[in-house]
Design a binder for this molecule. Sequence first.
Ligand code: SAM
Length: 274
Amino acid sequence: MTTLPPIRDVIQRHNLAASKALGQNFLLDEQLLARIAALPGDLAGQAVLEVGPGPGGLTRALLRAGARVTAIEMDRRCLPALAELGQAFPDQLTIVEGDALRLDHAALMQGEPFHVLSNLPYNVGTALFVRWLGGEAWPPLWRSLTLMFQREVADRIVAAAHEDAYGRLAVLAQWRSEARLAMKVHRSAFTPPPKVMSAIVHVTPAAMPEGVALRTLERLTEAAFGQRRKMLRQSLKGVPGALEALASLGIDETRRAETVSVAEFVALARAMQG
Ligand code: SAM
């Protein structure tokens, strides 16, 4: 195994004090990082997109697993530390300086299927997750997403109907993917520790149910969960075709959004589209 200095030393030597503005909370425990890098399965020879490598803790775990990593980092201060890592693993690491929200990931990966691993600030992580799941082209180029979220967001992604955390995010995620809570991560694992607990969600693409447009499904869930305590006949009143779809499927219009399963939302969207 390539011997590298502890990440703590790398942070010190490159003066990488965590920036609050960039949502930086670093992971230093190499055993934990190796376990995270193993979540997608064997990565030897596989293309991986890592967003927000920071000082490179997860990056080195991915490189040790034999992955070919493209890492997007917007904090220039981290680039020299990442360049050193690239030298320790020749031809395995490509560093891209920039904002992951503005880059075309498929172009960056040159059209090759890839796995995504990332430990990102909460707002950026959610925005990217919605973008990865929301693309019109399906199946997507990514093979899996292994993403750190704050615990409450992870719960919202994997929640089932009738659970408090169930809502638009769960329907969007589960409509076209298998999403599972893969690992809980205690706040003390980070330097500095964030205020809340975290969890890693592992996502693989599912087949896209035929004939359902993302826009129709989103219009439905937006209206239904916008008034989640109201009966469907009230919350879906303004959505053209929704009440007729409820009737044609025999879904009781006195039910509330939180009782409607992902499969039922998909069936409703399909019925609305005729
Ligand atoms: N992956 C490292 C780890 O686990 O220790 C760092 C995690 S830290 C929570 C998030 C990293 O994402 C920071 O290095 C930050 O600079 C970077 N980052 C934040 N927003 C970003 C964006 N829009 N595009 C690319 N990187 C971003």
